[in-house]
Structure formats: C-alpha cells, structure tokens
Design a protein around this ligand. Structure first.
Ligand code: BGC
Ligand code: NOJ
Length: 814
C-alpha cells in the first residue's frame, strides 16, 4: 500500500493523505539554520545546534501524534468555522490534501470550504530564517472574509533545560511586540546575544505571546479559544510559555488569490550593541528589521526560492544516471544524495527518532557521512575533515562525539571506541581522490583542540594507524575497546546496573577482547595510507603500511576465519563471538563485508564462501540481518547487543548501514545480480509499495528494519539520520555502476545485473564532465573502455589535458 507517489521530474515525494503510518518528514536549511517538518507541518527549528539553540518546542516521545509545529488556522468570519490547512493541529477533514516534500522545501496544499491554500516552507540559502509562503484562493462565488492565525511555541533555547527545569523556566520567558512581529528574547537580558523573531505580512489585527491566553484553559492546539472566538487576546508573555501568534485579516474576492508571508528567524546582535537605547533592556532591532522587511516581500521570497532550487540543481548535476531501474535512478539522482547532505549537516542529532538533545556530531558517523557528499561540497567536506581531526587525541584515539557549536570533544562519552580513528583515514582519502587537494595533508591541525599541539593532517592519519597497531590483542587482532562499529558489542563493560551506559561504564582493562571488524577496517585504511604515502614520495612509510596490512591479513586468516565465514570477535575471556561454535550470534554481517572489502580471501575462495553463508543465513526479503541466531537473553559479556528484544536494532535487526558492505563485496566478486538484489531489498523506493509494513518514509533510508525474529518483521525505524545513506550511495555508484575516483583518474568498472542492457551516467570530476555510455554485449563483467573512440587499456580513464571540459567514454560489458 502507498501513501503517495514520487514526482521524479520535480524531485518531490507527494504524500496524498495526512495519516501516514508515522509522520513523514523533510528537512529545511543546509548551512546554519535547520528545521524539521512533517507532512502535516509538525516539527521544530534550530540554529546550528538542536540542543543549545532551539527556537521552537517539540514534545518528545510523541510519534505518531506529532504535536507542535508551524501552525496556521484559518477562520471563516461569516460562519465561525475554522480549520488548519496542514491538517494539524485542528485535524478537521480536508477536501483536498497534498504534501510535496522537495529538496529543502515542503509545500502543503489543501482545500476546505472552497478555500484553497498552498503553504511552501523553506529556508532561503545563506539566511538564518524560515519562510512560510502562504497563498489563499477563494473558489466560492462570494467574497470570503477570513482571519489567518499563525502560531508557534518558542523553546527556551537550551532544549534539554527547556524540557526539564520548570522551576526556572516558568519565570524567565520574555518577549517584545512590534507592529507586525514578535520577538522572543528569553535570557537576552543576561548572557545571550541572540533572539528569535516571528513576523507576518498582511493586515495584522491581533497577536498573542502567552500560550495560556491563546489556547485558553483546558484546551489544546486543536481548539485555541482565540481562534474559536476569532479574537486574539493580545497577551504579553512574562514567564510561563511564550508563543508567537499573529492574526491577519483577509477579504478575498471570488477567484482571487492572496499571499501571506510568515517569517521565523534567528538573529544575533553584537555583544556591545545588544540594547537600544544602550542603557535599556530593549532589544536593538536595527539589524533585524531590514531582514524582516525584506523577507515579508513576495519578490524576495520568490528569488530566494529560485536560488534554493538552482543550488540543488547544481549539486545534483555532478552525478546523474539513467539505468533500466527506476528505483536506482530516483535514489541515485535525487533522494540518496539529498539524504547524504542531511546526514552531513545533522549527523545523528535531530530527527523524529533522535531528540536533538542527546547526541553531538559522531566521529565515526561524520567520517562515513562524508563519503556521500564530498563530490557535492568539497570545501565543506574539507572543513569537516579538519574539524574532526582536531578532536583527535594525541595518542591517535578520537573523542566519540563533539558538540557542533563548540567543536569540542564530548568528555562524557570520551574515547576508546577503537574503530573511530580509522574512519578518518577513509574520509580523508576519499576527499583526496575526489579533489587531489594534496595541500590538505599539510594543514596544521591541533590534537584535542589544544592550541600549540598542532601537527599536519597527515600526522593525524598516521596516528590513526598507530592507534590500532599499539592496541593489538592476544591474536594480533585489534582490541575492541568500548565498542567498534557496532556500538552495542560491548565486550568490556559487564554492566549489571540498569542506569549505566553500555558504552562508557565499567570497562575492564580491555587487553583481551578483539575485533575482526576493526582488523578489516584497518587493512582498508592502511592500504589507503600506502597509496597516499607513495604518491607523496614517502616510500619507507608506504612499505611499513603495506607490511602492517599484510600482517593484519595474516592474523585474520589465522584467527579470524571460522571455516565458512569470518569470525566477529574474541570476548574478554578469549572466547569466540560469531562462530559456529556459539549457541547464538553464530554469524555476523560486519566482518563478512569489511574483510572482503579489504580483499581478504578474494582469490582463495573464502570470500565467496563467506558471502554464500551470508546469503544462506542472513539474507531475508527485507534486507540482510546483522547476525543470527538472535540473542534471546541478556549477557553481560556481550553488552547492549543482547539488551534488545530479538530482531530489533543491533540484536539481529536488518541494520541497513551494513548491507551495502555486502553489496560491495558481491560486486568485488563479480556477482552483479546478487549485489543489485541486495540493493533493491532495502532501497526505500523499491519498498514504497510496502509502506504499510515499512511505515517509514519511502524516499529515505532508515537505520533499521525489524528482522525476522521480530513480530514486526519488515518495519523500519530511525529514518533519515544513518550511515546507511552514504554507504548505499557508495555501493551503487562506485561499485555496482563502478564509477569511482582514483588518484590516476576516473575508474569505470561496473558490475551489473545480467539483464541490464546498459546505463548512462554524467559525472563531473575535477572540472571535467564525463559522459559515460555503458552497453552490455553479453553477460559478465569484463569491461572495455573507449575514450573518444580510442580503446583504453584497463578501467581507469586518465585525467585529460588541462582545459578539457568534456570526455566521452563508451563502456562495453562482455
Ligand atoms: C543504539 C546504537 C547507537 C548507540 C549510540 C545504542 O543504544 O542501539 O545504534 O549507536 O546507542 O549511542
Ligand atoms: C548508530 C551509530 O550512530 C553508529 O555510529 C553505529 O555504528 C551504529 N549505530 C551501530 O551500532
């Protein structure tokens, strides 16, 4: 069953009813100001940091009811009836309803009592504000006399305090009221130099800033007294719960359309110019007023929207594909890239499953997210790599997370997630291959952000490698520390207390438990370092990295192979995890993916054996499971992984992030059919027809799909913010379509399903547009490349002479 459809040409997903299984959301903003918006206008906004600069309130643990959002009430002054054109919060049945989620904007269209409305929400590029661009059309025979109430609930900036510290909060709320805008200035009197504003164009006939006055006693957002009676209270908030609500009056003749613009924004004033007059407590509005005036003008709004669309057009033009499969096309061309950008911007902080108050920017997460965006935003990727490296510790370890506002490592969570540092090498090398910006390696970057500790980025990468090498266990495999990629495989925690963190509590000295996953990841990273070091003429270092990788491979083959698949780990007692000799958790997906990606067992057949085992034991119609059998009871020696009921999350769910590793492994072994089959099992568009089972948005990946041990097998959770986005993008574009940047040029080496007649791709790479036409002559993966008609040896198109703008490549598959 579907709840909408893809409009591929407009790059929109069109939701045709308000009652999707869960709120289906979108994101606005991509620089500093961000907003989440659901298909019924739920969600919240913040500046840079969802925890520390929250503009609007959201009530947690409230899916699917989705309360709090950007609300509009329309009241018919003649009949006294009122409704919400976005369905929420009044929830009166709408005669027509459509929500169009697009790239950086959401448009909600509806019709009620013959009044048609369209509201387009977006954040203008480069601005710290959001627009609600509302058009009302009168389809009645008579003039309509309408009042439009806009409403939002302000959060008191620090979202965690906002939700917990009421003895203070209920006394500190402050606002200022101007002719057509409301200013939220709680805590501005003291250390804050920022405030929020809420403005509306049109004829303003009333306002409210105190929630209690606007809603009335014993009422909710669905039936505010002010709206019901058509009369704002003109309330002035002191303490309690500041809101912004402006009431505009419209007289709309038949067949006429009128536009109202609402602006919600964030403004920072210079510290020494906070007040006007200086000795007063009045906010200095000189800086903000021109912005408000400007954006209440439809012409400015139109220009800004146009610019937003053009920006996305430019970004997406860098990689466009046409294949025989519509799910591949729309995900690769639009939605997967879009989701990658959202992940890059937000890491794991704010979604309908991440509260925005608990997590900062994850070190491993962001490094992996980079893999999906470097081609679109190389400059921002560079900055992120340097920011991440600056949180690295001198011993090469990494803070597991940092706070986006301060960019300081998060001390509470700390370090010793032993896979973390290696991801930096993968991100940096991906950046180098895309850009050949070798200078980045010489950038001086501090350790732990400590001034004076700076070393070149290259040194940071070296320390990442050393960190693993200095932490090997009894089998010569990397020690796992608090966890590796699987945050829930906590082999050193032994937690028995309910409120302890599985990741940070009671670690043993950690000198025994080892991870085969990190071993594979290490080889991948060390091999990148071999290439980087040799290109930079550091032959001795290249040799050392090569040898370290070989030693690690030997350790994996000796101690990390279980006979039919790669082992997962050794626990604190030196016992195997992920072995046929275990009762539960016999086979895990992660080491199969990463060890094969690292090239282990490609020639001698063990890679194929491991993949056959994955196919037999882990693959399901809803994706590939994390492990089998699921753990049926909690075990302290394994940690959080055994805390989940079977089939959910890390306990044998389909943890989608890992699936592309298997797709890549299949592609490496030349199994195009299997790679594509796995790709489509979790591709959200390919699951659209199952929306009543999948339940999350059909246009973005979710972190997890419940596994076959769960009663809700096939149900997705935790959509949007997940490493799944970047890795699927890498798997399909670089390994199945086979187009990947290398230091020597653009590699084109597709491994396609046998029934694909071919595909075409336009890829911009280092200033050159490659027009790639692939044609299959017969089944198989042998690739022949012709560049401008000339047959080329190998699969890498070398960099063309300077000044070349276009290169035509014919690819023949034999
Ligand atoms: C989740 C993991 C997540 C970890 C991060 C755990 O509860 O299951 O998926 O990585 O928390 O804090
Ligand atoms: C989500 C976390 O953000 C990510 O870092 C981790 O690898 C996965 N969960 C698996 O535990």
């Amino acid at each position: 069953m579907r709840y909408g459809y893809f409009d591929d040409e407009k790059r929109e997903y069109v939701i045709t009813r308000p009652d999707t299984p869960l709120p289906w959301i979108n994101y606005l903003g991509k620089e500093n100001y961000f907003a989440l918006i659901s298909n019924t206008a739920g969600g919240y906004s913040f500046y840079k940091d969802a925890r520390l600069r929250r503009l609007t309130r959201y009530r947690y643990n409230d899916v699917p009811s989705d309360s709090n959002g950007r609300y509009i009430y329309i009241r018919d002054e003649t009949s006294g009836r009122f409704w919400s054109p976005t369905w929420q919060p009044v929830r009166l049945y709408l005669d027509e309803f459509k929500c169009r989620h697009g790239l950086g904007y959401t448009t909600i269209l509806s019709s009620k009592f013959d009044i048609k409305t369209q509201i387009r929400y977006f954040v203008p590029p480069g601005e710290d504000l959001e627009i609600w661009d509302l058009s009302l059309t009168n389809a009645r025979p008579d003039t309509a006399h309408l009042h439009v109430f806009s409403a939002i609930e302000f959060a008191l900036w620090n979202a965690l305090e906002d939700a917990t510290n009421f003895q203070r909060n209920l006394s500190i709320g402050e606002v200022e009221i101007e002719e057509n805008f409301i200013l939220h200035k709680t805590e501005y009197r003291e250390r804050r130099d920022h405030f929020a504003y809420f403005a509306c164009s049109g004829v303003i006939v009333g306002y409210d800033t105190q929630r209690g006055s606007f809603l009335g006693r014993d009422r909710g957002w669905e039936n505010p007294i002010a709206v019901e009676e058509g009369a704002s209270r003109n309330s002035f908030a002191q303490g309690w719960a500041p809101i912004g609500s402006l009431q505009a009056s419209i007289h709309l003749e038949p067949n006429k359309t009128e536009r109202l613009i609402v602006v919600l924004g964030y403004q920072q004033n210079p510290r020494d110019q906070k007040f006007d007059p200086p000795e007063s407590q009045n906010v200095n509005k000189n800086l903000v007023k021109p912005t408000i005036e400007n954006y209440l003008r439809p012409s400015t709004v139109d220009l800004a929207f146009d610019e937003l669309c053009k920006e996305w057009d430019r970004s997406l033009q860098i990689f466009q594909v046409e294949t025989p499969d519509e799910h591949t096309n729309r995900m690769v061309n639009t939605w997967n890239q879009y989701q990658c950008m959202v992940n890059f911007n937000l890491s794991r902080s704010a979604s309908y499953f991440e509260s925005g108050i608990s997590r900062g920017i994850g070190f491993r997460d962001s490094n992996q997210d980079l893999l999906g965006v470097i081609h679109m935003i190389p400059e921002r990727a560079r900055e992120r790599i340097l920011d991440l490296a600056a949180t690295q510790l001198e011993d090469g370890g990494a803070f597991h997370q940092y706070q986006p506002l301060t960019k300081q490592g998060n001390v509470e969570i700390g370090t010793n997630f032993n896979d973390d540092p290696l991801w930096l090498v993968l991100a940096a090398s991906a950046y180098l291959k895309e850009t050949r910006d070798w200078d980045v390696l010489d950038e001086l970057v501090p350790f732990e952000n400590i001034v004076g500790s700076e070393g070149p980025l290259y040194m940071h990468l070296q320390r990442s490698i050393d960190y693993t090498l200095e932490r090997l266990g009894p089998h010569g495999l990397p020690l796992i520390g608090r966890a590796d990629w699987n945050d829930c495989l906590n082999l050193n925690t032994f937690s028995t207390e309910p409120d302890e963190s599985f990741q940070t509590a009671g670690i043993t000295d950690g000198k025994v438990a080892e991870s085969v996953f990190i071993a594979g990841l290490f080889i991948l990273a060390a091999e990148e370092m071999v290439q980087i070091a040799s290109i930079r003429g550091r032959e001795q270092e290249a040799k050392e990295y090569r040898e370290a990788a070989q030693r690690m491979e030997a350790a994996v083959l000796k101690h990390g192979w279980d006979g039919e698949w790669f082992l997962r780990a050794y626990d604190h007692f030196g016992k195997k995890v992920g072995s046929h000799s275990c009762q539960e958790g016999q086979i895990f997906i992660e080491p199969q993916g990463v060890c094969i990606m690292a090239g282990i067992g490609l020639e001698k057949g063990s890679a194929q054996r491991a993949l056959d085992s994955v196919g037999k034991r882990l693959a399901t119609e809803h994706g590939i499971l994390l492990h089998q059998p699921a753990y049926t009871s909690y075990q302290t020696r394994l940690g959080e992984i055994t805390s989940y009921p079977p089939g959910y999350k890390e306990n044998a769910g389909v943890f989608c992030h890992t699936n592309p590793w298997i797709m890549i492994a299949e592609a490496l072994l030349g199994n195009g059919d299997r790679a594509m089959d796995y790709y489509l099992r979790i591709n959200p568009s390919a699951r659209e027809h199952l929306s009543e089972v999948h339940r999350c948005e059909p246009y973005v990946y979710a972190q997890m799909i419940a596994g076959r041990d769960a009663p809700t097998f096939g149900e997705a959770k935790n959509s949007w913010l997940t490493g799944t986005a970047a890795w699927n993008y890498v798997a399909i574009t670089q390994w199945i379509l086979g187009i990947r940047p290398t230091y020597q040029g653009l590699c084109i080496s597709p491994v396609l399903p046998n029934d694909w007649p071919g595909f075409s791709v336009k890829r911009k790479f280092q200033g050159v547009t490659y027009h790639i036409e692939a044609t299959r002559i017969r089944p198989g993966n042998e690739v022949r490349l012709r560049v401008e008609g000339d047959l080329l040896p190998g699969v890498i198109v070398p960099f063309p002479p300077q000044g070349t703008s276009d290169v035509n490549v014919e690819v023949t598959l034999l």
